[in-house]
Design a protein around this ligand. Structure first.
Ligand code: ADP
Ligand code: MG
Length: 359
């Protein structure tokens, strides 16, 4: 058996695919998988979140985009790892599905960790992250970056993970909010706007266009000042999308400094700036996310922002522990008045990454 957590990205949004730095942490909710070898070449897979219905396929029939959609996240990992034996897999996920907390990476990484152990593959955490990402990119067909899988595998309790998406080197940055009397509220807006698929690919394409036009290796390799100085070389939309990326990379490093100095006021400001950049420059927010963020700030949060791909999903808000309940009610009321679905709330302390569960 192995377990792998979901994640929240404190700051550094939509820059993993631009070789940027990101600062996610693992949440306490995990996906657990039980894995056993079989003597034939069948794969039998079931999830407690899918009525425990058994889906069966031969190891020799694994093909990208084939199989029931949810099962592809798991089959993809077996396919990338090139396992040459049948297996039984039972999944129980405690990370809410589709809430922007990366249940998909938790699922992939729990399986990658279990297979690595059972088949004694001796792959490093960075290699397992690449395997899990490839499963999602190629086998499922979702063009996600490398952040979710990396943090699900590499996180340490009590820390956020400063991850360099270029080479997957990382540093654990202590993120001890409880002793400061602070909590990070996660607000699942329950909104899922259709734009999500095309919107993501289009934003990525804009960043690639900025890189190609400017003749640089990535948006990581240009300062905010140099980027701004070359504005005339880019069309307005490409420029403003890239502007989000270069400023967001700066904000991540500033957030690390803020954490190292225990300056949570500064961290809150950076969260607010990140949200404004995602809302106004990258234009991936939506009315539900903006209402959650604005209400949290009106209730006295130090900072708040949308997290994840955007167009729905979750927001985070950093606030004093004693403000959390009042803030939740205020957001629920605001959503109800606006005629939105009821939001869901979670809080989590930074938790440990994937691990094998001793049997
Ligand atoms: P997120 O990763 O933010 O939760 P995604 O859309 O990327 O949202 O991934 C959610 C999908 O991953 C689900 O719709 C389902 O297909 C699959 N999935 C994740 N966890 C499980 C699970 N425990 N059982 C079955 N499928 C799961
Ligand atoms: Mg996902």
């Amino acid at each position: 058996m192995a377990a792998a957590p979901g994640r929240v990205n404190l700051i550094g949004e939509h820059i993993d695919y631009s070789d940027g730095f990101v600062l996610p942490f693992a949440i306490s909710d995990k996906t657990v998988v039980a894995l056993a070898r079989r003597s034939d070449r069948q794969i039998r897979i079931a999830s407690m979140q899918k009525n425990a219905d058994v889906y069966e396929i031969s190891i020799d029939s694994l093909t990208p985009h084939k199989g029931e959609n949810w099962a592809r996240y798991a089959l993809g990992v077996l396919w990338v790892l090139g396992i040459d034996a049948g297996v039984d897999l039972l999944i129980d996920g405690r990370v809410p599905l589709g809430a922007g907390l990366s249940s998909s990476a938790a699922l992939e990484c729990s399986i990658a960790t279990a297979v690595n152990h059972l088949f004694d593959l001796k792959l490093s955490l960075a290699e397992l992250a690449r395997v899990s990402q490839k499963a999602e990119n190629v086998y499922v067909g979702v063009p996600c970056g490398i952040m979710d899988q990396s943090v699900s595998l590499m996180a340490k309790a009590g820390s956020a993970l400063l991850l360099d998406c270029r080479d997957l080197t990382s540093e654990n940055i202590p993120f001890l909010i409880a002793p400061q009397g602070l909590e990070l509220l996660i607000i699942d807006t329950q909104a899922h706007h259709k734009l999500v698929d095309g919107g993501y690919a289009e934003r990525r394409a804009s960043c690639e266009k900025a890189v190609a036009t400017l003749g640089i290796t990535s948006l990581r390799d240009i300062s905010v000042a140099d980027y701004a100085a070359r504005q005339s070389e880019l069309d307005p939309v490409t420029y403003i999308r890239g502007f989000h990326a270069v400023t967001e990379m700066r904000r991540v490093l500033d957030a690390v400094d803020a954490l190292k100095n225990n300056n949570f006021i500064r961290l809150g400001e950076l969260l607010n700036q990140s949200h404004r950049s995602l809302r106004d420059d990258y234009t991936v927010s939506c009315p539900e996310l903006n209402l959650a963020v604005d209400t949290a700030i009106a209730q006295g949060a130090l900072g708040a922002r949308m997290v994840g791909g955007g167009f729905g999903g979750s927001a985070i808000a950093l606030m004093k522990t004693e403000q959390v309940k009042r803030c939740e009610s205020a957001i629920s009321r605001a959503f109800s008045s606006a005629g939105y679905k009821s939001p869901r709330f979670f809080t989590s302390l930074p938790s440990e990454g994937a691990h094998v569960i001793a049997n």
